[in-house]
Design a protein around this ligand. Structure first.
Ligand code: ARG
Length: 607
């Protein structure tokens, strides 16, 4: 269980410059070595390290002594946890990270960090002008997210997938992974039969002139109505599906027309939210579907079931099988996902595939994983993760809808966000202080930032209540509050009349000040940055990053309220600048901004 070879050692100064150090990993390594030395007979000993929640009891704690004492007792050696703790402490090697160790209570080992270590890390960050990611093994990762359906509205569920998937991609890219962002569009299948048949009737010369179908929603509704009521139309719709699957040119042209309209709608949303994703929908896998069906058949993995062809996963206890071929010969969502996973592994060579969809699809991905393993497509060299999320509710706690009862149109939702953000700014009289350009930038940063942050700051497994009032509140853990903190941080250098060049020069001559209790507290929050990211990489929960941002904000405010940085006289002239503190603020800004970047939130200098 100890894959410590990839951990950067503090003593290795070369690596120390290029990567931010995980304190957690360092302490794990140190404590494991100490325990191995103290008790060489215990195999795989429990190494438990936590952040301590009261700085009186150190910054971190090692709680291994209690379980170790029990373990030893079960093997016939009676030693009290306190004695075990003592023995561990005696065996801990000299480390540049640790200031002192204390044993408390029944056998907790309290670990106090060394200021000098923190200073070195923060100074090298300032010299680089950026914060480097912790070092991880590089992987090829597919993030499957957003994935709306053509001709249907992109709804709030897709918005959640878009926001979460983008942030996961940003994090993995920052960590240095090779990330392929894919939107698995629903752009194939039976609904296109009726859409195309309807298009042929309504715009017979669609091959020469592009039809004006900007409102695909109503177009979809019209065709659905005919499909349900008119037998002859229904039959034609089915014919169209068959022709589409055999790529008949005229039908393909109609299909392209419809997809293009949808794509333009989706792109508007992506552009506004600054989302990068490649469209690679179900249609892309058509020829691979035929291929994989052949392979599954040859491996005898398909079963006949009332005219359908189905496939069971490893354990039948998932309860249902995949439907690989429908009784009418058509392919399904399942078929495309089996072809898709094979393509992502064999052609895209991915090590890790991440699917971001609503929790309702958990069973589907469990089945895909299980069947892909059974078919030998997915091996233990690759990893599959389904990242599920709960539904979005309105303030009435019912499924999120507009007053008229329709599902919310995303464009309208974003527009409302912009309006509300602007009103907020006007309430504060900011429209009189900012230039028009600044006001616009602030409005967008607030509106889109709030929508993203409200989503990301909640545990994604839970359903979440969409409330503009809550997300635009400037107190509490909201994007507005954080954006304000950042503008405050950035204003300090301005107040002190320092240019970026002057700050850069100061990095060479001045040391960050870490003497004051509040300075030291802020610095220790900053040092946690790599560990916050490494944890997210493991479980793909983003809300701890939001909590971390809030923690930075609070620690900064405490520091700023207690430590003067710029002193002015009665005439408003600067008489003293505490450069060590300005540098601490600078380091805070660098890490804070990196967090915003991972969350996909744009920042502003003034708002
Ligand atoms: N289009 C699907 C939906 O709207 C999501 C697709 C997710 N990705 C996948 N590979 N199945 O629910």
């Amino acid at each position: 269980s100890n894959n410590k070879s990839s951990v950067t050692s503090v003593s290795d100064t070369n690596k120390m410059d290029s990567h931010t150090i995980s304190i957690y990993d360092q302490l794990m390594e140190l404590l494991l070595k100490a325990i191995n030395k103290a008790y060489p007979d215990v195999v795989d000993p429990p190494v438990i390290i936590t952040l301590s929640n009261n700085s009186k009891f150190g910054d971190y704690q090692c709680n291994s002594a209690m379980p170790l004492s029990k373990l030893l007792a079960s093997k016939g050696t009676k030693v009290s946890p306190r004695d075990v703790a003592n023995k561990i402490v005696e065996n801990i090697a000299e480390s540049p990270i640790i200031e002192k160790l204390e044993i408390a209570g029944p056998g907790f080992i309290n670990i106090f960090l060394k200021r000098e270590f923190a200073l070195n890390i923060l100074m090298s960050l300032l010299k680089a002008g950026k914060v480097s990611p912790p070092s991880v093994k590089k992987q090829r990762i597919v993030v499957d997210f957003s994935s709306p359906n053509v001709a249907k509205e992109m709804h709030v569920g897709h918005l959640r997938s878009t926001i979460i998937g983008d942030s996961i991609s940003r994090l993995l890219e920052y960590l240095g992974h090779d990330v392929l962002r894919l939107s698995h569009l629903g752009d194939w299948g039976t609904q296109f039969g009726m859409l195309i048949a309807h298009l042929q009737d309504k715009f017979p010369n669609y091959l020469v002139t592009s039809p004006p179908i900007s409102d695909l929603q109503s177009f979809y509704k019209e065709s659905k109505k005919r499909f349900d009521e008119d037998e002859a139309f229904k039959k034609r719709a089915y014919d169209c599906v068959v022709k589409l699957q055999s790529h008949e040119p005229d039908i393909m042209k109609a299909w392209h027309l419809i997809c293009d309209v949808s794509r333009k709608e989706f792109e508007k949303i992506y552009e506004r939210l600054d989302i990068k994703v490649i469209d690679r929908g179900e249609s892309f896998y058509q020829k691979y579907m035929e291929q994989i069906i052949k392979e599954l058949d040859e491996k005898n993995l398909l079963e006949e079931d009332e005219g359908r062809k189905i496939m069971w996963g490893d354990k039948k206890d998932v309860g249902i099988p995949l439907t690989i071929i429908k009784s009418d010969g058509g392919f399904t969502y399942d078929t495309s996902d089996m072809a898709c996973i094979q393509h992502r592994i064999n052609v895209e060579k991915s090590d890790w595939i991440i699917y971001v969809t609503d929790a309702g699809q958990s069973m589907h991905f469990q089945l895909i994983e299980s069947c892909a393993k059974r078919a030998g497509i997915l091996t233990d060299k690759q990893k599959l993760s389904h990242v599920p999320f709960g539904v979005v509710l309105g303030e009435d706690k019912k499924k999120f809808k507009t007053r008229s009862g329709d599902t919310i149109k995303l464009v309208e939702l974003l527009d409302e966000g912009l309006n509300r953000a602007l009103n907020k700014l006007k309430e504060k009289g900011r429209d009189k202080e900012l230039t028009e350009e600044e006001l616009n930038a602030a409005k967008e940063a607030i509106a889109y930032g709030c929508i993203k942050y409200a989503d990301l700051s909640h545990n994604r497994n839970h359903e979440y209540i969409f409330s503009f009032d809550k997300m635009l509140d400037d107190k509490g853990n909201t994007a507005v509050y954080l954006l304000y903190t950042l503008t405050r941080i950035r204003s300090i250098a301005r107040i002190a009349n320092l240019t970026p060049e002057q700050i850069k020069a100061a990095v060479e001559t001045t040391s960050i000040s870490l003497e004051h209790e509040k300075e030291w507290k802020l610095a220790k929050v900053l040092l946690k940055f790599p560990d916050v990211l490494l944890k997210i990489m493991k479980d793909l929960y983003l809300h701890p990053l939001c909590e971390y941002c809030y923690e930075i904000s609070c620690a900064f405010s405490e520091f700023y309220d207690n430590c003067y940085c710029v002193e002015k006289n009665k005439n408003g002239e600067t008489i003293k600048v505490n450069m060590g503190r300005i540098l601490l603020i600078e380091a805070t800004a660098i890490i804070f901004e990196q967090c915003f970047d991972i969350l996909g939130i744009k920042t502003v200098n003034r708002m």
